[in-house]
Design a protein around this ligand. Sequence first.
Ligand SMILES: *Cc1c(COP(=O)(O)O)cnc(C)c1O
Length: 345
Amino acid sequence: MSLHLYVDSGRWRSHLRRFMEPAGTTIVPVTKGNGYGFGNATLAAEAAALGAGTLAVGTYEEISDVQKEFPGDLLVLSPWRPWHEFAVDDERVVHTISRVTDLHTLIERGGGRPRVVIEVLTSMRRHGIDPAHLTAVADALQHVSFEGFALHLPLVGDHLAEADRLSRQAFDTVPASPRTLWVSHLSAAAAGSLAKHHDAEIRLRVGSALWLGERGALRARGTVLDVHPVRRGDRVGYRQRRARRPGSLVIVSGGTAHGVALEAPSPVTGTRQRAVAVAKGGLEAAGQVLSPFQFAGRQRWFAEPPHMQCSMIWLPDDITPPAPGDELDLDVRFTTTTFDHISWA
Ligand SMILES: *Cc1c(COP(=O)(O)O)cnc(C)c1O
C-alpha cells in the first residue's frame, strides 16, 4: 500500500522501440538521478533489451547502478575531473573531457588508452572546451581512444545552426577526428540534417523524450490509508488549523519522501506567468495549496503541506470519500519522484 507507478508495458515498450529507430541517427538512451522514476537499473535493462550499444549515465557514481544490467558501453555525461577515482582505462567507459588540462591529466594517469569524447562549449556555457582552443587538444588525442565531439545544446534558440557551426569548427581543427557527434536536445530531423552536412554519425543522447515520451502509458497512484470525517471547527494536522467546513480528511500515501508536491524551481519569464505565480502565492499565503491528487474528477486541496510518507487531503462533505485501500491518481514530476512500487501490466 504505497506510491505506485503503473506501466502499460506493451504501449510503453512499443513507443521505446519506435523512438530507437529514427533514420540515420543512433539513439543513446540516458539514465541518471532517480532513473526518471523507474530507477537506473530498470532503465539499464530496458536499454539492453532495446539493443542500444551505449547507455549514458549522469555521474561516475551511477555506473555501479547500471553495469550489471547493461552489457554495452557506458558514457558518463558529467565531465571527468582529476579527483574522480574511477579507473580511467575501463574498457566499457567513455569519459567526457571538457577542459584541456583534464585531457593531459587523464593521459598521465596512464594505463591503456582511455576512451574519450571531447565536449565543445556551446551557448549553454555549462561545460566544454572553447572551440577556439581545440588546437590545444589535437596532438594529445593520439594518446587516447578518441570517440568524437559532444555538444550539449540549450533548449531554446536555433539549435541546428549552432550545432552546425561548432561541428564544422571542431572537425576543421581536428581533421583526424572520427566523424562522430554526440548531441543532446536536437530533434531527430535536425540530427539527420547535421549528419548529412558533416558526413558524420550522430549519437543523440535522450532521456525524457524516450522514457517519458508516452505519458499515457504511465500512471501514478497513491493508496488511501485512512479517512476521517471532520466537522466545521475541528482542528487537524501538525498545524492544528480549524476546518472551515464539514467534510473528510483523506490520508493517502505519497509525501515529500517520495518527491510528491516538490516542484523544481522554474523560470518565470512572462508577465502572464508572473501573474499566475502571484495568484498561486496568494492562495498559498491564505493557507490553501492545491495537491497533485485527484478524486471524483478534480484535483483536491491539501489539508496541510505534505508529510514525509503521506499527504492529508481535504474533501468537502458533498463528496463521498474513497475508502482505505482505494487508490487516487496523482500528477508527478517523474525526475523527482521515487515510487515504492512499479507494476507492469
Ligand atoms: C541529462 C542529459 C541529457 C538527457 O536529457 P533529457 O532532457 O532527459 O533528454 C542529455 N545530454 C546531457 C549532457 C545530459 O546531461
